[in-house]
Design a protein around this ligand. Structure first.
Ligand SMILES: Cc1cc2nc3c(=O)[nH]c(=O)nc-3n(C[C@H](O)[C@H](O)[C@H](O)COP(=O)(O)OP(=O)(O)OC[C@H]3O[C@@H](n4cnc5c(N)ncnc54)[C@H](O)[C@@H]3O)c2cc1C
Ligand SMILES: *[C@@H]1O[C@H](CO)[C@@H](O)[C@H](O)[C@H]1NC(C)=O
Length: 497
């Protein structure tokens, strides 16, 4: 490495997403005299706005894309460098950018996020959604589309199938129920009628989260239709950026070429077997093709349940892969099974003076019994903020303990236009059969599920305006024995109100 070091900063943060920006803000306000650099590939940064602490652990905020100059105006000792990091040299404590500049650091925090896992390499008929650019590409292609296939069962897929109008959607999920990442069978059952119903004329912000169900058997499919007058095209954002967050489809009308407002068929418990062109289809003499699928679709997708569908394009919404590549070469980072950079309870990677936060990292400290990592906005903000505090504490030789926000998993979101609150081990994660569920459900109104383990509340799913979040958060944090204190469980009583 012969390149000359341009400048050495005390702190260098890579990535202008929520994690990176929050880390920069924390460092710059905690140590105003420190020289901080934010190196980011996109011209826009993500800013948290309207932050609101809803309860002890629940937080709500909006995310906005802003020009990076906004940050520099706020913190005079901050330099924003717009370029992608190409390589990292942990030995010499320097990073090299795509335009050939080299910057030194005393402490580095990698917040480079993730990118969509794609089903296939470089197929023009397969789209992943990650940033504003890809969302706009989706919108453009949707306007001429009659049918699309959405693959994936996380939050992005869920929102997409709910939002797309004027285009038939075939939704392939690998689980027994929709929204597996966030929901159980019951919750999915509760939500499914929303796919059939007309969308409210003016949608409240639909923030995404992840969910699951239990009902339909292998190979089954459901179709939901709703007709509605098409609404006008929205004005889309114009700049590219980092991962979209809540409301990524706000202002981007997802309209297809057809008049029908929503028509979604779900194919359960299947994955993608093969994706091919109409030519390849003819050559392979597919037997399973139903008549409505014949003809000249640009692309065909064969599912593991044996069905083949023709469509205009496929949307791959099967999760993210941490953006680690530029940092790995020549270094010895410990990686987790999900390919994230392993970080300890101080957000430190296995390389000296290198921290990581947000989607790029995997939390490898010993988790609280009520917390799990999920690649969400809230956690990107919390990790970025905590990483900043740890970096500051380390240069100031101050002690620092794992923050309280990692005590209890909590997430608040909107899904299919319902308010959704997830607490703790909301899906009995890691509890095996050692748990009980209490459920209260009023169709079209609310769904409340409590997860009990050894008589103690360890998780909850609240859909609708239940107003139970603070009470349940307290019951979970206190770990009160609900069987002994009240004869019949107080959780049950709350549910029976
Ligand atoms: C379509 C979509 C919808 C979502 N909806 C929600 C939601 O409703 N609620 C929710 O909680 N979560 C949601 N998420 C997840 C959420 O967006 C992520 O968890 C969060 O954005 C992660 O933040 P981050 O800062 O770690 O990474 P990112 O936001 O991905 O930011 C990474 C940054 O690093 C930069 N970068 C990458 N590589 C380099 C490099 N080599 N050099 C320099 N810079 C680099 C990028 O340009 C970017 O600025 C959604 C994700 C997607 C894709
Ligand atoms: C920037 O850093 C210098 C010292 O390096 C310090 O004197 C100055 O106050 C800092 N600026 C702000 C706004 O804190």
């Amino acid at each position: 490495m012969a390149a000359v070091v341009e400048k050495t900063f005390q702190f260098v943060i890579v990535g202008g997403g929520i994690a990176g920006v929050t880390c920069v803000e924390q460092l710059s306000s905690q140590i105003p005299s420190a020289e901080v650099a934010l190196i980011t590939a996109s011209p826009q940064i993500k800013a948290v706005t309207n932050y609101k602490q809803v309860s002890q652990t629940l937080e709500e905020f909006d995310v906005e894309e802003r020009p990076s100059s906004v940050l520099e105006e706020k913190f005079s000792n901050l330099t924003v460098i717009q370029s992608a990091v190409k390589s990292l040299h942990t030995q010499s404590h320097s990073v090299e950018t795509a335009d050939g500049q080299v910057f030194g650091y005393e402490k580095l925090c990698i917040c480079s996020g993730g990118r969509p896992k794609l089903l296939t390499q470089e197929n023009p008929h397969v789209l992943g959604i990650r940033d504003t650019d890809s969302a706009q590409e989706l919108q453009k292609r949707l306007s001429n589309a009659k049918r699309i296939v959405v693959v994936g069962n996380g939050g992005i897929a869920l929102e997409l199938v709910y939002e797309v109008e004027g285009c038939e959607v075939i939704w392939a999920v690998k689980d027994k129920a929709i929204g597996n990442t966030f929901f159980d069978a019951g919750a999915a059952q509760f939500l499914i009628p929303s796919l059939e119903a007309e969308k409210p004329e003016r949608d409240a912000l639909v923030k995404r989260s992840r969910y699951t169900t239990e009902e339909p058997a292998v190979g089954t499919s459901h179709t939901f239709t709703a007709d509605r007058n098409p609404r006008g095209l929205g004005v889309g954002p114009t700049e590219s950026g980092s991962a979209l967050g809540p409301d990524w489809h706000e202002g981007i009308a997802l309209r297809g070429a057809e008049q029908v407002s929503r028509r979604v068929s779900v194919e359960y418990q299947c994955e993608v077997e093969k994706i091919f062109t109409s030519e390849e289809l003819l050559n392979s003499q597919q037997q399973t093709l139903e008549p409505e699928n014949a003809g000249a679709w640009p692309v065909y997708i064969q599912l593991t349940n044996g069905k083949t569908f023709g469509c205009d394009f496929v949307v791959s919404a099967t999760g993210v892969v941490p953006n680690t590549e530029p940092f790995l070469h020549g270094n010895k980072f410990a990686l987790a099974d999900d390919a994230g950079l392993r970080v300890d309870e101080h957000m430190m990677t296995s390389e000296p003076d290198v921290y990581a936060a947000g989607d790029v990292c995997t939390a490898c400290w010993e988790h609280s019994a009520l917390w799990q990592q999920m690649r969400l906005w809230t956690q990107a903000r919390q990790m970025g903020w905590y990483a900043g505090r740890c970096m500051a504490a380390h240069v100031l030789s101050e002690p620092i303990e794992l923050d309280f926000c990692f005590e209890l998993f909590s997430h608040i979101t909107k899904f299919f236009n319902y308010k959704v609150v997830l607490l703790g081990k909301f899906n009995g994660q890691g509890l095996g059969s050692n748990h009980e569920l209490l459920v209260r459900c009023t169709k079209g109104h609310e769904y409340v599920k409590v997860v009990l383990s050894g008589g103690r509340m360890v998780g909850a799913v609240l859909i609708g305006e239940t107003d139970l979040e603070e009470t349940f958060e307290n019951l979970i944090l206190n770990q009160m024995d609900l069987t002994r204190t009240h004869g019949s469980s107080s959780a049950q009583k709350t549910l029976q109100q």
